[in-house]
Design a protein around this ligand. Structure first.
Ligand code: NI
Length: 144
């Protein structure tokens, strides 16, 4: 049997964390924040059951038949993302958002960079952040 080579495959795995946030830009007035973010600018924040889907690309190892060891990916996501974000109030508890509004767009970009730095170059293909039933955000790195 012949195996197509070099075969690039994409492996995606889903993870979950719960966190709260408030969409509020300190540079703007309360009225401006309310106009932009609506109820998401409320004083006390609100929570989401977030999901992230991490996609790793790479050649299929001819010996193992795998692109990445999922236990290793699990450990990486747990250490770099879930420990940092799960059950936190992102605005105050996570330094990434001290000066950055924790919108889905900004969260997915931060998750991307935290994982990219921990994986071999070029292997992180995509991160998708699911915030609600209707909202999700994707990031694939800087445009080439
Ligand atoms: Ni929200």
């Amino acid at each position: 049997m012949t195996t197509p080579s070099p075969a690039i495959a994409y492996v995606s795995r889903r993870y979950r964390f719960a966190a709260s946030h408030r969409l509020y830009a300190a540079e703007l007035s309360d009225a401006q924040n309310r106009a932009i973010y609506g109820k998401c600018a409320g004083d006390n924040g609100h929570g989401h059951n977030y999901q992230i889907v991490v996609t790793v690309a790479g050649p299929v190892d001819p010996l193992t038949g795998m692109v990445i060891n999922l236990d290793a990916l699990d450990a990486l996501v747990r250490d770099r993302i879930l420990r940092r974000y799960d059950h936190r109030y992102l605005n105050l508890d996570v330094e990434d958002y001290v000066d950055l509004v924790p919108t889905g767009e900004n969260i997915v970009r931060h998750i991307w960079s935290l994982l990219r730095d921990a994986l071999p170059a070029g292997r992180l293909s995509k991160v998708r952040l699911v915030e609600t039933r209707d909202n999700s955000f994707e990031y694939q790195g800087e445009a080439a």
